[in-house]
Each structure stands twice: as structure tokens, then as C-alpha cells.
Design a protein around this ligand. Structure first.
Ligand code: MIC
Ligand code: SF4
Length: 642
């Protein structure tokens, strides 16, 4: 029987198990990436494993999140990351070189290989035919140490693209259409594999927009075939040798299938406050906006920035709009400068930001109170932009450019035809800001400033888990809700005692102090608890505060793994109706935990001592997860099994 590209790559990397959806497998990892906000912990954990040098083919440490340096903390982190990379044999991409995913696609993507990254948008490189998975930092540390990556074999969803994009419809609208159809939890436990005749009309960076934002579907990853367009892209990056063809067999099958007719797509937008609140732009055209931001790892390629420049050439940004433009990498920056695009952007009144995450993670450019910001980004969760009452609308860079001129969500019909942008035959290559490690281990002094504190370690799992319900949340709680970012909190990622003061601070400022008072407890969550980023801090900091279990209707993939990696029980309600019966402050007790986690069905009983009733929970784990959670998390487990 024919194979799809996922089956091809996974079977080449399979270490244990069989490729049957839902069964436990482990795969070997060729490459890893980290970024500074998750990387400091990943490297501290790697150091704690006592392995002198990374065992992957390639590991790259990027600095792109904490760029404001409003205090000494981030500079301390950067210095630590640079020195530790040299010591352990990883590449170091210096601040200013660009956003990890854009740079990785340009300089390191390798079709057919497996990439693990401590950032949820790692699937960007799926645009170049890689299996690229976003995970917590600790999983990356284990991969750097040569360990395989454990997962439940995902289902493969084949998305057949037919026809060609027309008018103002772009690659962004393909992924917005996917979000409209599948929602933010529609991809959980699945890999999205694009195929079909429509694939050829998308260049690699357009494909990368789609795989990047597949993270918002909750998918394990997304992937395109590696074809002649991938070859062209890698050749233009002067990396012809990295190309290899990875195509689905003509008779390939998929676990689920859907079709998108590209020619029927029109521009779409995701309205506040969820990436799946997708509506046709035409339905909301005319809505006033006060800010426009083009950039982020989703849409900051040469293609994106030149399309924007083409639209606003000779015009000025609307007087009531503040517009920013962020080239995703130094390569993009240099190329838009050389081709005149940068001049056009500056002349239009757009504010040019350095190549970094910036406004996407609330690091500056917080919108004005109660206003709407139109962004080419991938997430618009409430509060993520730094304002509690502003709303973010997600759209293509082209729609953003039109919106910046009009001061409102544009009516594209009044704007003629979009400019055509084609990829250059060769990109400007200058890897001067990527520091290669020395070929052999050498004596390196790793510099740790006072912001770098050791990673706390949990105790082995006890047979009784008990505590107060510290918080009861609704559905779709994001990791931004659990541990916000922004200039005050993000620089504390290497300092768990300090950052733990901000756990749930946007939802309930008393969470941290209440947890400390009671010595920890339990959280009750709704559906898709922990969606969004890969930040393991959203598990690690609550663990530090004494969180022992989260009982939810369902979990997002990466956050569930992060909870297990730090020894916190992820329990789902056997009967969702019980969710309504439990209240914040109730005292809960789970007895016989060790037997329950070892059992095939993971069934356990939760006693609500306050209300005097019991309900059934399920903590069904794979064999590997059982061992990890019983040890108190992945770090003690790895140390114990080394
Ligand atoms: C994000 O987009 O939320 C982040 C910041 O890139 C995170 C990683 C982090 O929290 O450091 C992600 O997507 O994984
Ligand atoms: Fe950075 Fe935003 Fe991309 Fe996260 S989603 S990596 S914060 S640009």
C-alpha cells in the first residue's frame, strides 16, 4: 500500500512501536531548536543531565523573544546561552539574526529529517518537508542528549489542495480556512499532511505560513511534500545539498481526508479573541482599526514584506493607524533593503522593528485601550498583546497593508489586483551572526548571571494526591493565561521562584499567594486546557507553587506533556457533568494514585471532601509517561535511567 509523507519520514525514524494511530511510539531526532525564552531552562536541564556534548546532527540556540533588555536579566540569559552553546556543541544564532522559525527554515531546514523545537511554532519547517514538532524544553534537552522523542502515533489528515489561489486570497487564508473548519482543538492527536495539485502553486515560505499556524489547530505538526519548489528554495538559499525529494506515493492513504479548492477561497480574518473565530473579511469590512503589525514567525518572509511594500508604495499609513513592520530575519531585512522595499515601508510611515517576536508576545506595541489591532500574526488570545481590553484580528500581510492605508478592515474589491511577488533566484547569504560550535569539546566558562537560577525538581509521585481547588477555569485556557509573557514577566523565564509570582496573574492575581499559603493544590479546567505555546514554565512554575494535579475536560497536547514532564497529574473527567459539581476552594483527595497510573484505563476516584461526594477521573498514560510521572518528572526520570 502506498505511503504518505508522514509515514515515510516516521518509519525512517521509528525507534520503538508501530505506526498505528494511538499507539505509543518513539522516534529519533535529527535536529533541535530552542529560543531564549524556553532555551535557558532547556540548556540548564541539559547541563543537569551531565552529558558533555549534544548528540543530535544539529542543535541551534536562537535569541529572538527577550530582546528589549529593559533590565540585566535578558542580557544575562543571552550571555549564558552563547557560552553554554559553545560548551555543548550547539550553534548560536545571535540576537538580531531573526526569529528562530524563519531563520531555521532559511538556513537549516532539511527535508525528510525530524526537528524538535521548544517552541510551538516549530512546525514552520514542515513547509520544507520536515517532521517538525513543538515540545517543552525538557523534551528538547532529552533529544539533545541523544534520547528519542516519545509520542502517541498521530492520525494523518490528508488535506488535498486543488486549484490555485486567486485575487486577494493568500496562503494565510488557507490556514484560516482550516481553523474555520477544524477549530483550535480540531488537530489534537493529528498530523496535517498537505498534498494534491494545488501544492505546486505555493512557494516554500507560503507553505511555511500554513504549517506554522497549524499549531493553532492543536495539531502535532503539519507538513508539505518536498518537491521541485522545495529544491528551488534550498538552491536559492545556497543549500542544494540539503534537498531530497519526499513525495506521497500516488496511492497514499490518510486516516482522515479533506479538500480545499484554493480558487474558491476569499480573504478571511480571525476576530478577537481566538484564531478560529474566522469570518470572511467582506463580512467585517469597514471595522475601524488603530494599529497594524506585519511580522511574526507566521508572516515575515521576503515574500510577505515585499507584498506589503508593493501595496503601500507611494501611499501613507492612515493618520489614525500606527503601523509596524518586522522582517523575520536579517536575510529578509537585508533583501528588502536591497530591493527598495524597506525604503517604501519607511516612506509610508510604517515603524520598522528589529527581527524578533516583538508585539506578537506583548514585547512592546501594546494597542491603545479598547482598540482593535490588525496583525499578520498567528495568535490573538485575550490579553496576549499586553492589553486586557484591546482586540487583535489576524489576517494576511496583504490585508494588513490595505487596512493600514484605509484605517479600517478593507474592502478588497476597491483595491484592484494584489502585487505579484516571486522568490528570488538567490537569497543574500551571510551567516555571520550564527556562531558555529568548535569541532571538539573545549574548555569554556559558562557565564551565569543572577537571573539564572537552577531548575526546581519535583518529588516522586506519592500514593495520595490531595489539596484545595486553587482555581476553576473555563474552556480553552491558554498558556498565556497560565503564565503571561510581556516585558515584565518574560525576562524571568530563567528564574522560576520569581516568575512563579505571576502564575495566572491576568485571571486571578491572588493565585500565587493562595497557592503558597495552602502549599499547593489542584486546578479544575474545561476543554483544551493549556492551548497555545510550548512554554513548560506554565507547568514548571505551578509545580514550584505546589500544583499536584489538573482535572480538566480535555488537554492541549504540549501542555499535557509538560505537566507530565514536571510530575503533575493530568486527569480528565470521566463524566464531564462532574465539572459543574466541583467548586473552587473544595478539598479534593485522590487515593491509590500509583495503582491508578499503572492501570491500563487510568481510572481513579476523586473525593470532594467539602461537598461529600466522589467522581471518576481518568489519567491514562503511555508506559513511558507512567515511568516519568512516577519519578516526579522527566529530569529525575532521565537522571535515574542514565
Ligand atoms: C508563543 O508564541 O507563545 C511563544 C512565546 O513563542 C511560545 C514559547 C514561549 O512561551 O517561550 C510558543 O509558542 O511556544
Ligand atoms: Fe515569536 Fe510570536 Fe512566533 Fe511565538 S508566535 S515564536 S512569540 S513570533
Amino acid at each position: 500500500m502506498g505511503m504518505n509523507v508522514v509515514q515515510k519520514i516516521l518509519s525512517e525514524h521509528l525507534v520503538e512501536g508501530t505506526l498505528t494511530p494511538g499507539s505509543e511510539i518513539s522516534i529519533s531526532v535529527d535536529q533541535t531548536l530552542t529560543q531564549d525564552a524556553t532555551g535557558t531552562m532547556a540548556y540548564l536541564q541539559f547541563e543537569a543531565m551531565g552529558i558533555p556534548r549534544v548528540k543530535t546532527r544539529l542543535s541551534v540556540s536562537y535569541v529572538d523573544h527577550n530582546m528589549l533588555q529593559t533590565g540585566f536579566e535578558s542580557a544575562d540569559d543571552h550571555r549564558y546561552l552563547q557560552t553554554v552553546a559553545r560548551k555543548v556543541g550547539a550553534y548560536f544564532s545571535r540576537p538580531g539574526n531573526g526569529i528562530c522559525h524563519q531563520v531555521h527554515l532559511e538556513r537549516f531546514s532539511a527535508p525528510g529529517q525530524v526537528l524538535l523545537g521548544s517552541d510551538s511554532h516549530t512546525p514552520t519547517c514542515g513547509g520544507a518537508g520536515m517532521i517538525a514538532i513543538g515540545v517543552g524544553g525538557l523534551d528538547v534537552a532529552v533529544a539533545m542528549a541523544g534520547g528519542p522523542f516519545h509520542l502517541k502515533c498521530p492520525k494523518v489528515v490528508g488535506v488535498r489542495l486543488e486549484g490555485e489561489l486567486t485575487g486577494w486570497a493568500t496562503a494565510k487564508d488557507i490556514i484560516l480556512e482550516m481553523l474555520r473548519r477544524l477549530t483550535v482543538k480540531g488537530g489534537v492527536g493529528k498530523i496535517i499532511a498537505y498534498h494534491g495539485p494545488g501544492v505546486a502553486c505555493l512557494d516554500t515560505t507560503q507553505r511555511a505560513t500554513i504549517t506554522n499556524m497549524g499549531a493553532e489547530l492543536g495539531a502535532t505538526t503539519s507538513i508539505f511534500p518536498s518537491d521541485q519548489r522545495t529544491r528551488e528554495y534550498l538552491a536559492a538559499q545556497d543549500r542544494k545539498e540539503a534537498w531530497r525529494e519526499v513525495l506521497p506515493d500516488p496511492d497514499a492513504t490518510y486516516d482522515e481526508e479533506l479538500t480545499i479548492d484554493l480558487s474558491s477561497l476569499e480573504p478571511l480574518v480571525a476576530m478577537p479573541h481566538s484564531p478560529d473565530a474566522v469570518v470572511p473579511l467582506s463580512e467585517v469590512a469597514g471595522t475601524r482599526i488603530n494599529q497594524v503589525c506585519v511580522g511574526s514567525c507566521t508572516n515575515s518572509s521576503y515574500h510577505d514584506l515585499m507584498a506589503v511594500a508593493g501595496i503601500i508604495k507611494g501611499k501613507k499609513v492612515h493618520p489614525e493607524v500606527s503601523m509596524t513592520a518586522t522582517p523575520g530575519s536579517r536575510q529578509v531585512f537585508e533583501m528588502i533593503a536591497a530591493s527598495g522595499g524597506l525604503k517604501t515601508l519607511i516612506e509610508s510611515g510604517a515603524r520598522i522593528l528589529e527581527s524578533a517576536c516583538g508585539p506578537c508576545i506583548g514585547m512592546g506595541q501594546v494597542p491603545s485601550s479598547g482598540s482593535l489591532s490588525l496583525r499578520s500574526f498567528n495568535r490573538n488570545f485575550k490579553g496576549r498583546c499586553g492589553s486586557k481590553d484591546a482586540g487583535v484580528i489576524l489576517a494576511s500581510p496583504e490585508v494588513c497593508a490595505l487596512g493600514a492605508l484605509d484605517g479600517e478592515l478593507p474592502d478588497v474589491s476597491g483595491h484592484g489586483k494584489p502585487p505579484k511577488v516571486s522568490l528570488p533566484k538567490s537569497f543574500r547569504i551571510d551567516d555571520g551572526l550564527i556562531i558555529a560550535p568548535p569541532p571538539e569539546s573545549e574548555e569554556v566558562v559558562v557565564v551565569r548571571g543572577p537571573n539564572i537560577q537552577p531548575c526546581p525538581i519535583n518529588k516522586p509521585l506519592g500514593d495520595t494526591v490531595a489539596g484545595k481547588v486553587l482555581l476553576k477555569t473555563g474552556d480553552n485556557i491558554t498558556t498565556d493565561d497560565i503564565l503571561p509573557a510581556g516585558p515584565k514577566i518574560l525576562p524571568l523565564r530563567s528564574n522560576i521562584p520569581r516568575i512563579s509570582e505571576f502564575v495566572f496573574s491576568n485571571l486571578d492575581e491572588t493565585f500565587s499567594s493562595r497557592s503558597k499559603q495552602t502549599g499547593g493544590g489542584v486546578i479544575i479546567g474545561g476543554n483544551n486546557y493549556g492551548q497555545g505555546s510550548s512554554r513548560e514554565h506554565a507547568a514548571l512554575a505551578p509545580m514550584y507553587l505546589g500544583l499536584r494535579a489538573v482535572i480538566a475536560k480535555s488537554f492541549a497536547r504540549i501542555h499535557r506533556s509538560n505537566l507530565i514532564n514536571f510530575g503533575i497529574l493530568p486527569v480528565v473527567f470521566a463524566d464531564e457533568a462532574d465539572y459543574d459539581k466541583v467548586s473552587q476552594e473544595d478539598e479534593l483527595v485522590i487515593e491509590g494514585v500509583l495503582k491508578a497510573v499503572d492501570s491500563a484505563d487510568g481510572a481513579l476516584t476523586v473525593a470532594d471532601k467539602t461537598k461529600g461526594f466522589s467522581f471518576k477521573g481518568i489519567c491514562q498514560l503511555t508506559e513511558y509517561e507512567r515511568e516519568v510521572i512516577k519519578a516526579g518528572g522527566l529530569l529525575p526520570y532521565t537522571r535515574g535511567s542514565a
